[in-house]
Design a protein around this ligand. Structure first.
Ligand SMILES: CC(=O)SCCNC(=O)CCNC(=O)[C@H](O)C(C)(C)COP(=O)(O)OP(=O)(O)OC[C@H]1O[C@@H](n2cnc3c(N)ncnc32)[C@H](O)[C@@H]1OP(=O)(O)O
Ligand SMILES: O=C([O-])CC(=O)C(=O)O
Length: 456
């Protein structure tokens, strides 16, 4: 439903843009002058240390003699290298997401018995509250599944008997319920989007007991409920790789900022979802697909490196693509030589592409990964080392699995829910934590109030 605005009001608002711009420019020189940590980054590009965590660690460089040096990336969940975690459950041909969720939430790998009980707890919480889909999703659908996800999580507050209970037990119960429910919410929000915005038939599937999170997701979003074990295992791997990324990533930090004020878990998690939706964060997986649409159209010969280079240059100078100047799926705040998630996903993407007859497309992605660093240095003059991030190959993997694009970022949220909850609980259940409250240098000069009839 769109609001109608009169032409006069629209013209007035347009004129206000000029007024706004007159009074709201921040001179970039201020950042250096006042030693402001732009983006909470130190002058050498490292992040400002803003907290202490036991949950995850992201390693992308090492500092020696005050210099930041590139290295191969490592991602650690509760002290365990994600590559070892993945090797562990894959070599035993098991699903790994539930085990990873347990590890992130409680801090240690589960025993066989603990894992079975945890899976049971997830199963018990995965159904949505009575009439939730009807009242909160179908009656107020959204063209954007992430938008619906954030609003649905906020709405869950009203379905919780004790939403303001901050005891550890209550927080853990809510965390398990959110982790279990978010796949169902995403599936139903997607079904509503397809029905109300794309004029397709409405099908809603209830999650099935005994299925893994990955299997249930595929069951729920496919109208015929069909999926293969190979697909479910690959999706499971994607969920594991997206589950956590330290306390400083934009969405986890947003969650921690809100949690530090003492607000409820639903408010904090909906903020994290809003952050993840952004195209420079989790929303990049959708943007990568859009960008490859431009590349595939704009590059005549996909094997011609010169042509690809020229197109990448145009993306950076805003002459092509969405005009943002970004090459999506490339670059990272911490990783330099490699993002370990992208390395793994690329391997699976290559195998899948070979079996689906999509090697040409895969090779185009590889060329973008290979050529971006030199084009980036040429155009931006930056010495920073850039590599492919997790979002470069995840969308391609989902595409080859037949997962619709509208679900790419929501799938990231499905995986990251448990990471956010772990950060939320670490923030509220540690007595030493203070409200997060950095400073902003105020640069507007003081001036007198002018009475209304004396203003020109
Ligand atoms: C799950 C995730 O969130 S993974 C990241 C997903 N995001 C993307 O793929 C979007 C494209 N990438 C980017 O925008 C960036 O690399 C980010 C947001 C991921 C990291 O940004 P930063 O930490 O600021 O990176 P860094 O300090 O290396 O940037 C240096 C400069 O290069 C620019 N830059 C970095 N990566 C890119 C890129 N892929 N395309 C164009 N410019 C880039 C930055 O905007 C910055 O420019 P500025 O100095 O004019 O502000
Ligand atoms: O760490 C970051 O800045 C972003 C990221 O890769 C993630 O959250 O997965």
């Amino acid at each position: 439903m769109q609001c109608q605005h009169s032409d006069t009001s629209m013209d007035f608002i347009k004129s206000l843009c000029g007024e706004f711009q007159k009074h709201n420019q921040i001179d970039p020189a201020y950042y250096e002058k006042y030693d402001v940590k732009r983006g909470l980054r130190n002058a050498d590009g490292t992040g400002v240390m803003a907290g202490v965590t036991q949950i995850g660690n992201v390693l992308g460089y090492y500092v020696q003699d005050g210099e930041r040096n590139p290295m191969e990336g490592r991602l650690i969940y509760r002290g365990i290298d994600v590559n070892d975690l993945v090797d562990g459950f894959m070599s035993e041909d098991r699903f790994g997401f539930e085990e990873t969720a347990y590890l992130l939430l409680f801090g240690a790998l589960p025993t066989r018995e603990q894992l079975a009980l945890f899976k049971g707890a997830l199963s018990a919480h995965q159904a949505l509250p009575n009439m939730f889909t009807e009242d909160m999703i179908l009656k107020a659908p959204s063209a954007d599944v992430m938008n619906k996800l954030a609003r649905a999580v906020l709405a869950l507050y009203s379905y919780d008997d004790a939403p303001e209970d901050r005891s550890l037990e209550s927080e853990l119960r809510k965390a398990i319920a959110l982790t279990a429910r978010v796949p169902t919410i995403a599936a139903h929000a997607f079904a509503a989007k397809r029905h109300y915005y794309d004029q397709e038939s409405l099908y809603l599937h209830r999650p099935q007991e005994g299925l893994s999170v990955a299997e249930n997701f595929l069951w729920s979003v496919r109208h015929d409920n069909q999926f293969t074990q190979e697909e479910a295992k690959l999706l499971d791997l994607c969920l594991v790789l997206h589950a956590e990324h330290g306390g400083g990533n934009n969405s986890a930090f947003a969650c921690r900022v809100l949690s530090s004020s003492g607000t409820d878990i639903y408010s904090a998690i909906s903020a994290a979802i809003g952050s993840l939706k952004g195209p420079r964060h989790g929303g990049a997986n959708k943007k990568v697909m859009e960008m490859f649409g431009y590349i595939e159209e704009g590059v005549w010969d996909w094997k011609d490196e010169e042509e690809i280079r020229a197109f990448l240059g145009k993306l950076l100078t805003r002459e092509a693509g969405d005009g943002s100047g970004l090459i999506y799926g490339m670059g990272h705040a911490i990783y330099t030589l490699s993002d370990p998630r992208a390395v793994l996903l690329k391997k699976f993407a290559r195998n899948l592409a070979a079996s689906k007859g999509m090697l040409d497309e895969f090779q185009l992605y590889e060329a973008v990964e290979r050529l971006t660093p030199e084009v980036f240095h040429g155009v931006k003059g930056e010495s920073k080392v850039v590599c492919a991030n997790v979002d470069l190959y995840s969308g391609l993997v989902y595409k080859m699995m037949g997962i619709p694009q509208e679900l790419y970022t929501p799938l990231f949220a499905v995986a990251r829910m448990v990471g956010w909850c772990a950060h939320r609980i670490e923030e509220v259940c540690n007595p030493g934590n203070k409200i997060i409250r950095p400073a902003y240098k105020a640069v507007a000069p003081l001036r007198p109030f002018i009475p209304l009839d004396q203003r020109g």
